[in-house]
Design a protein around this ligand. Sequence first.
Ligand SMILES: Nc1ncnc2c1ncn2[C@@H]1O[C@H](COP(=O)(O)OP(=O)(O)OP(=O)(O)O)[C@@H](O)[C@H]1O
Length: 350
Amino acid sequence: MIRFDNVTKVYPGTQRPALDDVDVEILRGEFVFLVGASGSGKSTFLRLILKEEKPSSGRIHVLGQELDRISSRKVPFFRRSLGVVFQDFRLLPNKNVFENVAFTLRVIGKSRGYIHQAVPDTLKLVGLDGKGKRMPHELSGGEQQRVAIARAIVNKPQILLADEPTGNLDPVTSAGIMTLLERINAGGTTIVMATHEAGIVDQMKRRVIELSAGEVVRDESHGGYAVGHGEGDAEVVDAGAAADAGGEPAPVTAANPKVTAAVMEQAPPLYVEPEAQDEVTEAAAAVTAAATSAIPIQAEPDPEPDLPPAPIIPDAEDLVPEQLTLAERLGLRAPGGTPGDDEQEVGPTR
Ligand SMILES: Nc1ncnc2c1ncn2[C@@H]1O[C@H](COP(=O)(O)OP(=O)(O)OP(=O)(O)O)[C@@H](O)[C@H]1O
């Protein structure tokens, strides 16, 4: 699903690699925590998967495609299979909750009918049923992050990338957000999440990939935030890696261990299961489907015309991420727009 083959990334103007010879494979359906000290390369790892950055050497495969072979023109299509959630939510401040979530679908030209079905369904899943008309500034931080998650998953991506999604949230809300991410993962979405939250990682015991100075120093299937906090013995991939990179391998420590095990255990789920279908309803639906299958259905013209195709900019790959608009970072438009194209990116409004 995601494979890094000997990937090294050295940013222009720097000496030390942000990622150094990383060899990792992430399988479909996995929930992976990326941990490591600040500057160890976690965000770079995520940016490479998104094709926001190019590796200096090595190869990256995502969803069966080698990223180097995807042209700039096709990057937006590729990114439609990926959802992204950021620490600072990045909602559009002048649009209500419904429109923030619909944004993804409108940019890729989905019909009004589709949007009016998919957005409420997704808002319901993230526990925001009935809050579609609220503006971002009328929501708590946790609610804003749930809108951002709804926006990331409304297009049913196969992979969800989350860069410190609980970084701006209080402990209880952070734990609740994790219940939502677990639920999304249980639905089959592969999740890769960079975090400094020791409590979350220790409690969930999912796969942990630890980076130190750009190298993978630990890859544990049911790991904790630090060595020895998971189930069983940690597979320490390369304990001397950081030392080779120029310093002693400092064991990763929690920068802000705010989410305790008790908070994780007591966290109310921040999602709502779709209503279960009973057998009678399903049987009735099958009868209706069989009865109507012979009736030719006239395709209705889409009430909303398709949006114009994304602009194609030949050297857009060379743009740095900071210059990308929100739609571009979410992979909805080809790079090359101006920052005002989709209103501005914003951080938390509270
Ligand atoms: N655009 C850039 N240009 C130059 N150097 C960069 C750039 N982005 C990141 N770096 C450097 O690459 C290294 C890895 O950074 P990265 O942001 O991937 O770390 P991180 O583990 O995500 O850190 P944090 O936990 O603080 O978010 C750091 O030394 C950082 O200074």
